[in-house]
Design a binder for this molecule. Structure first.
Ligand SMILES: Cc1ncc(C[n+]2csc(CCOP(=O)(O)OP(=O)(O)O)c2C)c(N)n1
Ligand SMILES: [Mg+2]
Length: 270
């Protein structure tokens, strides 16, 4: 896919994600919108995957540590053909396996996540295991910025550099907000570059909505070192009234707000 096609795909994914949230009346919309470009590049350009064979041995692995933003991931997985749109339309209803956080009973999802702070440890274990088996598969792990206030993230980071896991790319969705406000007010994180470098990571900072920068960063490799991609993003990206607004962490739009968002997406798509 070209850069232009990926940009359009990301907007289509945002639109479908919001339709899913609106219909099911649940979802973490702000964090979904901030990761749409990153996940689009990962799934349509970067990762080796086979939707017809989700457990294919040659696949790359994705761990979505910020599990609450599952709606974007599920929308992409259905669009890629891991399951049908019809199956996904049961999202959030009683008995459905398509629920508000990632679960590994869903085709294409490797691990259950949602209790924040655990994904990087799981990804480290995967990357270490692959190395022990002399496999070349790559592991990607996406974390929220509020999430990295969890101490377990830093234990995982220590282990990643100790084991020289250069088959691991961690992505930090730096949208500045967590559930209750700005990260720097709730639990200050900066200087993130110094911290990740001190923990032995190769640090790359990008605009998390620039398709070209995302692709370059996700394909970057450094011998003997895990990589941390700090993606500067906007929570609620793509819907004007949601952008940078903490009240859209998990809000559901009313009819008027939904129509407005669809209009804004359609303007980008036409
Ligand atoms: C261990 C744990 N504590 C608290 C929560 C509740 N919670 C869900 S999302 C969230 C905020 C996360 O912020 P961030 O990582 O910045 O994600 P964003 O939505 O901004 O992408 C919190 C505290 C949780 N899921 N897990
Ligand atoms: Mg955040």
């Amino acid at each position: 896919m070209t850069k232009k096609e990926l940009e359009l795909k990301a907007t289509q994914i945002r639109k479908k994600t919001l339709e899913l949230i609106y219909k099911s009346k649940m979802g973490h919309v702000g964090g979904d919108m901030s990761i749409a470009d990153i996940l689009t590049v990962l799934y349509y350009k970067v990762m080796k995957l086979d939707p017809n064979n989700p457990k294919w041995e040659g696949r790359d692995y994705y761990v979505q540590s910020k599990g609450h933003a599952v709606e974007t991931l599920l929308t992409i997985l259905s669009d890629k053909g891991f399951f049908t749109d019809e199956e996904l339309s049961t999202f959030g209803s009683f008995g459905s396996k398509y629920i508000g956080h990632p679960t590994n009973v869903v085709n294409g999802i490797e691990v259950n996540t949602g209790a924040l702070g655990h994904g990087l440890s799981i990804a480290v274990g995967m990357a270490k295991g692959l190395k022990m088996d002399n496999k070349l598969n790559h592991v990607y792990c996406l974390m929220g910025d509020g999430e990295v206030a969890e101490g377990s993230i830093w234990e995982a980071a220590m282990a990643a550099s100790h084991y020289k896991l250069d088959n691991l790319t961690a992505i930090l969705d730096r949208n500045i907000l967590q559930i209750s406000g700005k990260t720097e007010e709730v639990m200050s994180l900066e200087p993130l570059k110094d911290k990740w470098e001190a923990f032995g990571f190769e640090f790359i900072e990008i605009d998390g909505h620039d398709i070209g920068e995302i692709e370059k960063a996700l394909l970057y490799r450094k011998d003997g070192k895990p990589i941390l991609v700090l993606a500067k993003t906007v929570k609620g990206k793509g819907v004007s009234y949601m952008e940078n607004n903490k009240s859209w962490h998990h809000g559901i739009p009313n009819q008027e707000q939904f129509d407005q968002a669809m209009k804004e997406f359609d303007e980008v798509l036409t």
